[in-house]
Write a protein that binds this ligand. Structure first.
Ligand code: LLP
Length: 434
């Protein structure tokens, strides 16, 4: 029965799979990443451990590029999804640019040897230091989200003796159906500039000497299943484009943000990227500009699993069954924060199942990966793989409860490379020492 269930994770449903069985195969009943068994990775690197398939990253990037091949475009990986330098570099080596949200992310992208001419910066609250660093690094575009920010960019560019390409993030007032914490394109949210204010923004921009408006931008949210939301927002952004051009601005870039979905739950397969391409390309072609995409999750989410070991099993008199593992909400906060579903598999295939809460060691009731979930029957010491842990997972980790953030490895065929060492106790206090 479990092996039947297991097949559904691997099954190719219109390419919408949680785990690609060619890259995460099950060999002799043991789950592997590419050609290395997760059991041996746990022995070598310890747990909890993020394990990334390099070829999964490459496949997703190529699939995205193939989908939009007919369109003049430029893909900027949104590094907030997974800012590991090696992940960024893997995608950059394929020609991908980067979307960064802060000086820290810019630093990571530059350390990953991304060409500054392929980096764009977003962010609703960029600091003076962020802006200075971005301009001094010579990035392609800074996207502003308020009039005050535009003035600040102009002032800093003037001081640095530069003329800077800017974009304006427009808030299209479209409410994409997704988790409320990850919808960004409606007027209740802090993001972007509303259409009603754009006339004023254009007037101000004409007077600013050190910035040039070359881009219009939107990002309406994350994990969006319905291309209709993009379509509606783009209608509005295309109107703004016409207005901006007739006001004399040379809009060369049209940035539609990220938000393309992935499958977390085999019962809820994501809309294929090819469907978005088919629906949106005709509309995007009318822009007569280079289209910028900022996928984050799409490129990384299902490239990585979080490998964790069962510490204890216990049950209580209320009939609850707990599987206590060595990873926690400090390593993967998505279930606690957004009630997100992550599939969980035993690394060694089991014949029996149990219904249990899979919980971590943190002293919070919210520290769970799954509740009342039918999972493989695992015992103390067994390994579990929490799937879809490549986006908004390690990047959102913390040292709460004095926990050491996990190590990360990247597998390429028969080779595993440590791409982030596990935190140490010394690191926990190093910034507090005199
Ligand atoms: N561009 C901008 C301006 C963004 O704010 C984001 C994500 C992206 C691109 C990439 O979106 P993606 O393609 O990954 O959906 N922590 C949440 C997601 C927060 C998304 C923030 N912005 C989660 O775990 O679901």
């Amino acid at each position: 029965m479990v092996s039947g269930d297991r097949i559904s994770f691997f099954e190719n449903r219109n390419n919408q799979i949680v785990l690609d069985s060619t890259l995460f195969p099950c060999r002799d009943g043991v789950l592997c990443c590419e050609n290395i068994s997760l059991v041996s990775l746990a022995e070598e690197y310890g747990t909890p451990l993020f394990v990334t398939s390099r070829n999964s990253l490459l496949n997703q990037y190529r699939r995205f590029e193939d989908a939009f091949a007919g369109l003049q475009h430029f893909t900027c990986y949104s590094v907030k999804a997974n800012f590991n330098v090696h992940v960024i570099r893997t995608l950059a080596e394929e020609g991908c640019g980067c979307d960064v949200n802060s000086g820290g992310e810019l630093y990571r992208a530059l350390q990953a040897r991304v060409d500054p001419g392929k980096i764009i910066m977003a962010g609703v609250g960029k600091s003076q230091a962020d802006i200075e660093y971005a301009i001094a690094s010579g990035i392609l575009l800074l996207k502003a989200e308020s009039l005050s920010e535009l003035r600040l960019i102009d002032m800093i560019a003037g001081r640095l003796g530069r003329k800077v390409s800017v974009g304006i993030r427009v808030n299209p007032n479209v409410t994409a159906e997704t988790h409320p914490y990850i919808t960004t394109g409606d007027s209740k949210e802090k993001f972007g500039i509303e259409e009603a204010d754009l006339g004023n923004v254009f007037d101000v921009l004409r007077q600013l000497e050190h910035v040039e408006l070359n881009c219009l931008d939107m990002h309406i949210g994350s994990q969006i299943f319905d291309a209709g939301f993009y379509h509606a927002a783009l209608e509005m952004l295309l109107d703004v484009l016409a207005t901006a051009r007739s006001a004399g601005f040379d809009i060369r870039y049209f940035d539609i943000g990220g938000g393309f979905p992935v499958t977390y739950d085999p019962q809820k397969p994501a809309t294929p990227i090819e469907h978005f391409a088919e629906k949106l390309i005709p509309q995007l072609e009318t822009a007569g500009a280079t289209i910028i995409f900022e996928p984050g999750r799409f490129l990384t989410a299902n490239s990585t699993i979080l490998l964790t070991r069962v510490l204890y099993r216990k049950h209580n008199h209320a009939g609850k069954e707990f599987v206590i593992v060595d990873a926690g909400m400090t390593d993967l906060i998505r279930p606690a924060l957004y009630q997100s579903h992550h599939e969980i598999l035993a690394v060694r295939q089991q014949d029996e199942t149990i219904v249990a809460d899979i919980v971590g060691p943190v002293c919070e009731s919210g520290d769970f990966f799954a509740r009342e979930r039918t999972v493989d029957s695992v015992g103390e010491g067994d390994l579990l793989a929490v799937l879809s842990a490549g986006a908004y997972s390690a990047v959102m980790s913390s040292n709460y409860n004095g926990r050491l953030r996990p190590a990360e490895v990247m597998v390429d065929g028969e080779t595993a490379k440590l791409i982030r060492r596990r935190d140490t106790y010394e690191q926990l206090i190093q910034n507090e020492m005199e």
